[in-house]
Design a protein around this ligand. Sequence first.
Ligand SMILES: Nc1nc2c(c(=O)[nH]1)N[C@H]1C(S)=C(S)[C@@H](COP(=O)(O)O)O[C@H]1N2
Ligand SMILES: [Mo]
Length: 498
Amino acid sequence: MRPKICGGLAGVACGGAAVAVGHLAAMAFAREASPVLAVAAVVVDATPEPVKHFAIETFGIYDKVVLLAGIAVILAGLSILVGILALTHPVAGPAALLAMGVVGAAAALSRPASEPWWALPSVAGTAAAMFVFIYLYRPAAPVSEGGPGTTVDRRKLLIAGAGVGAAGVAGGLLSTAFTPDGGRPQVRLPDPASTAADHKTFTDPGIAPFHTPNADFYRVDTALTVPRLDIADYRLRIGGRVDNPLEFEYRDLLDMRLIERDLTLTCVSNQVGGTLVGNARWLGVPLEDLLALARPHEGADQVVGHSADGWTCGTPTSVCIDGRDAILAVAMNGEPLPYEHGFPVRMIVPGLYGYCSATKWLVELELSTFEDFDAYWVRRGWAPTAPVKVSSRIDTPKPLAELSAGTRTVAGVAWAQQRGIRGVRVRVDDGPWTATELAPVMGTDTWRQWRWQWDATPGRHRLEVLAVTHDDETQTAERKDTFPDGSTGRHSLVVTVR
Ligand SMILES: Nc1nc2c(c(=O)[nH]1)N[C@H]1C(S)=C(S)[C@@H](COP(=O)(O)O)O[C@H]1N2
Ligand SMILES: [Mo]
């Protein structure tokens, strides 16, 4: 093997040791203290809004995987360069490793929930990498190149490679095996004081089911690792501008009046025809009950939700107490909240997009004002609050599908939380609008399934849908981007009939 290749590989072994050992050490305390995850979290928070917007729209739910893969590629590239450089300038190795350690520690310490000892995993990673460096790099025989240089022994490179690989695998296995369950398997859900009515729903193939199964429910958040809170030491604080600050344990919340409701949650980043929307049956404590106990001050017009990972969300106090089913949810579709969807407690407010209403892993409600506090996405230019816009989607047929001529089902869902869907219309090739059949849904806060039997004739056809709300808003055709308060425009697609 050529010396430079050896140098590059040795660099990767040192960088890999730093990452693997740093991550492994973090497993013992707090996963968020892992140097790679902390750096990635800092990148997420520091990314300019247009880039983040692009990432969510391009990679959707895979945005985090793409980010971590990007960081891995950059790290590997730098490690190779430093590894080669260290052959002629040995001091470059320890200097780069030290810099890596400082960056990792600083990133971990900068996280909102950090503790001073969150620097330790980075220190451990750097120490391990230094050890690998000293093991691998030996001063070269003076005859070889002239100046002071180093060489890397191939046999040691193999040993170090195997060692780092094993540490990496062990870290991976350990982090899976030691992921705490937070007591979720032991949760027994109480019966609700009142439950949403059951009604007939459409089950035509291809249409979104009325209740989105938890496993299929979209996930949007800034968390690189899903927080795992433990119900044993869970506390919900209600404070800020209130007469009566409160603290609840998880059990206290389950003992309060619980209501169960079908509510459709929508992301402001959902594009026309997009999938960042889902409907679930949520069980939770009415927010008005909690706020009545805490007694907000006059003028405290914003409820700030704080997540365990430091994310924040601002909701108008008025919508939390205006009689709508705004809740702190503890269960989703009959199960304790899944970890990804905010276990043990999250907020759900019908009618507002998730970024300004749906804090997951909720640990504090702080009564504040819109004047005093900008929540996470508001600081990045999104609207201080945003009601969900009327939307409709064609689920079947799929875009560019090939169908045979005859009677074909065109179907999908439409939503306008808090106002409700009165009608859904479709048209073919800019022809006349036709009313569709609607599933019999009570209430205004869920999406409504619609379907229409189409007499499909051969050729290429464009299908288009629009919804009308109970308060008579007809969905506009005007296309508007999701930033800063949600998209508008009508979903349409082209199919070929044979
Ligand atoms: N803690 C926390 N809660 C959060 C977010 C987040 O990034 N962190 N994202 C919000 C956004 S933008 C949306 S659309 C909803 C999505 O909820 P879901 O992932 O359960 O579908 O959660 C909201 N709650
Ligand atoms: Mo969102």
